[in-house]
Design a protein around this ligand. Structure first.
Ligand code: ATP
Length: 317
């Protein structure tokens, strides 16, 4: 069952076409990540789904309802972590959670929420005295206090230290495993790769790619091989030298050679044979599967390429 259904969504702010014909679905229990550069239209899309903004045109159903109507029953079933929350600095963490929890029928206990977000030591601290990452954890706490069926997370781990990020990933994973549907926006590609069942990439208000992280990685990039050019090889000769082995998808940065290749066994065999024949060492030789970040940079890193990407990068799901 689709928890979120978006069909040909448009949102204009004057001349700005912030969302330009976006369609996607998020299924029950799925963690779906929306990625895209600053200004790509992620927040606008999410705010329309939350009922905080109206669409210019298109069809949007969230938990079977029109979010813009924003009924009490609808609000009771969703949780929202905005990019910046407006919790009063004077409240303590305990007071904020109790106050927000009071609005929900299926509220979690204070202890459970505090434990889930890891704020045990700050339960009686005033919000104003917390660090940026701790405040973000309070935002997360307020998003989950109502045991939502659908949780919106807009850049939830910005400002978190690495341990806190891992902890919140565990939290999102356990919510997902417990059947909560999650719509996530993030600029951390490792976060999306780790958490998301499916990813949609927005560029200039359009969905230019969609699929599981693995589908996108396999479809778009393949394997990346990189090494430092030996001193005995002129940089200017390198492009020709290695193009025959690694193909034309070759990048040079100083003495660093990097190539995206489709047949790693074949290419690495040829490369190391060349190095042995030439009696040179390929320093820092690395062969790795492309990450979602590599894919993202290829797709949306340069928004000017988005029209080309549009034609070739759609992944069936
Ligand atoms: P970020 O990663 O920076 O949060 P985003 O992908 O969430 O970006 P949006 O905030 O949805 O992007 O913005 C999409 C476009 O709409 C941008 O060009 C932005 O300037 C414009 N925009 C957003 N809100 C408004 C508004 N209230 N009035 C006018 N233009 C707006």
């Amino acid at each position: 069952m689709a928890v979120i259904e978006v069909r040909d969504l448009h949102k204009r702010y004057g001349d700005t076409h912030a969302v330009d014909g976006v369609s996607f679905e998020v299924r029950e229990g799925e963690v779906y990540a929306l990625l895209g550069a600053n200004g790509a239209g992620k927040s606008t899309t999410v705010e329309i789904l939350e009922g905080h903004r109206s669409a210019t045109s298109g069809e949007v159903r969230v938990l079977g309802a029109d979010p813009h109507e924003g009924s009490r029953a609808f609000r009771d079933r969703i949780g929202i972590v905005l990019q910046s929350s407006g919790v009063e600095n004077e409240f303590t963490v305990r007071e904020a959670i109790e106050l927000y929890g009071g609005a929900y029928r299926r509220r979690r206990s204070l202890d459970e929420v505090i434990g889930l977000v890891g704020l045990e030591e700050k339960v009686d601290a005033r919000i104003g005295s917390l660090s940026g990452g701790q405040r973000r954890r309070v935002d997360l706490a307020l998003g989950i206090v109502g045991t939502p069926e659908l949780l919106f997370l807009d850049e939830p781990t910005t400002g978190f230290d690495p341990a806190a990020r891992r902890r919140s990933w565990d939290l999102v994973e356990s919510l997902g495993a417990g059947g909560t549907t999650v719509l996530l926006t993030t600029h951390y590609l490792d976060e999306a790769e780790h958490l998301a069942d499916r990813v949609g990439v927005l560029s200039r208000g359009r969905l230019i790619a969609e699929g599981t992280p693995s589908e996108l990685i396999n479809r778009v990039s393949g394997t990346i091989v990189s090494f430092m050019l030996p001193d005995t090889v002129e940089v200017s000769d390198a492009a020709t030298e290695f193009a025959g082995i690694l193909g034309t998808n070759l990048r040079l940065a100083g003495r660093l050679v990097e190539a995206t290749i489709d047949r790693p066994t074949h290419a690495v065999h040829q490369l190391t044979r060349w190095a042995l024949d030439a009696d040179v060492e390929l320093d820092s030789l690395t062969v790795k599967r492309a990450s979602l970040e590599d894919v993202y940079l290829q797709l949306a890193g340069d928004d000017a390429d988005s029209d080309d990407a549009d034609a070739s990068m759609q992944v069936e799901s």
